[in-house]
Design a protein around this ligand. Structure first.
Ligand code: FAD
Length: 309
């Protein structure tokens, strides 16, 4: 039920900061099944997965694992690494987009460092034709991330997009403020632990907010990425798009690598654009914990593998 899932989700997200949990999961996680959600611990491995997905007809993106960098030199190095990843993907003939976490590139050092590094990556993407989306992280970073998006667009950089989280009360206002840019917006439910004074605690409310945001974005100028594995929402959006004559090139579905793969294929076969979001690198721990928190069954999947070891 909703209440049980909420307790479970909050429990896992709380446990994420526990050092013993972290050490244990980092040691055994890959063997126990993290590989299902991780396209590769190296870029080389990820490239094989990305090529397979593109060959099947999917759009793709990739993210280097990492977040909450607090020193400038590290953040600068992450931007350099993203530029190398963009060039490598091009050299491999892949059309893969980039999705990056602003705090990985230094938003957590300062707004200026974050902007400078993200702008460097987006400018490089503009040069070679690669789209760069900023993911949306936990609530302290929302203002900074949206501010950087506005600054990039004001600077004439259009190969970039943002994310709005349906669980945040503020997102409907944020959406209205972004619409003048004809933005490329990904809509998600929201993956972090947020207090009830800023985010809907109930799943039913989050789902309703998701549909409101998606419908508003789809009927405005721009491009909408419907990022969810929720079949009910996806079918609702398909019906809405048909009823409102929203062309298929104005939106796409996005799902995470390794999740609801049958649904990914089914939508592709129905002629929709489907982007599979991948991550690579060794810092997969917080990402894995967010995926576990989303679904109690994922923990069972891990437990079963632990018994087999
Ligand atoms: P839910 O109601 O949670 O799930 C619907 C159904 O999907 C479930 O019943 C189950 O069948 C399946 N499912 C969902 N999650 C899992 C799972 N982990 N394992 C197996 N099955 C599952 N969040 C952010 O806060 N910021 C971001 O920038 C961001 N980017 C995202 C990008 C993409 C492409 C996607 C798909 C998600 C992103 N998210 C992001 C995560 C998002 O906020 C949700 O936490 C996540 O998508 C799970 O919610 P759901 O929409 O799938 O709906």
């Amino acid at each position: 039920s909703d209440a049980v899932n909420r307790v479970f989700r909050n429990g896992i997200l709380h446990a994420t900061t526990n050092p013993v949990v972290r050490r244990t999961v980092e040691r055994y996680g890959m063997q126990l099944g993290a590989a299902r959600f991780v396209a590769g611990e190296s870029l080389d491995q990820a490239i094989q997965a990305l090529r397979r997905l593109e060959d099947m007809g999917f759009k793709t993106n990739t993210t280097i694992f990492g977040e909450h960098v607090f020193d400038e030199a590290t953040a600068d190095a992450v931007a350099d690494e993203y530029i190398r990843v963009i060039d490598r993907l091009k050299a491999e003939g892949l059309r893969t987009n980039i999705a990056l976490k602003p705090t990985h590139l230094g938003l957590s050092v300062s707004r200026e460092v974050g902007y400078r590094n993200i702008r460097r990556v987006v400018e490089h993407g503009a040069k070679v034709g690669t789209f760069v989306r900023m993911d949306m992280e936990d609530s302290p970073w929302v203002d900074g991330t949206l501010g950087i998006y506005r600054d990039l667009r004001e600077a004439g950089l259009d190969n970039t997009g943002v994310v709005l989280q349906a669980y945040l009360y503020r997102s409907e206002v944020d959406l209205e403020s972004l619409l003048p840019y004809a933005p490329n917006i990904r809509i998600v439910k929201g993956a972090y632990l947020e207090p009830p004074d800023i985010a809907y605690p109930s799943k039913a409310d989050v789902d309703r907010a998701y549909i409101r945001l998606a419908e508003r974005a789809l009927t405005a100028d721009g491009y909408t990425a419907i990022a969810t594995h929720d079949r009910r929402i996806i079918e609702h959006i398909i019906d809405f798009a048909i009823a409102n004559k929203i062309p298929r090139d104005r939106f796409e579905f996005q799902m995470l690598y390794g999740i609801a793969t049958d649904l990914q294929l089914q939508l592709l076969r129905r002629g929709y654009t489907v982007l599979i979001s991948t991550n690579h690198g060794t810092g997969w721990y917080p990402y894995l914990m967010r995926r576990l928190a989303e679904r109690p069954a994922n923990l069972l999947f891990f437990a079963r593998n632990a018994v087999r070891l």
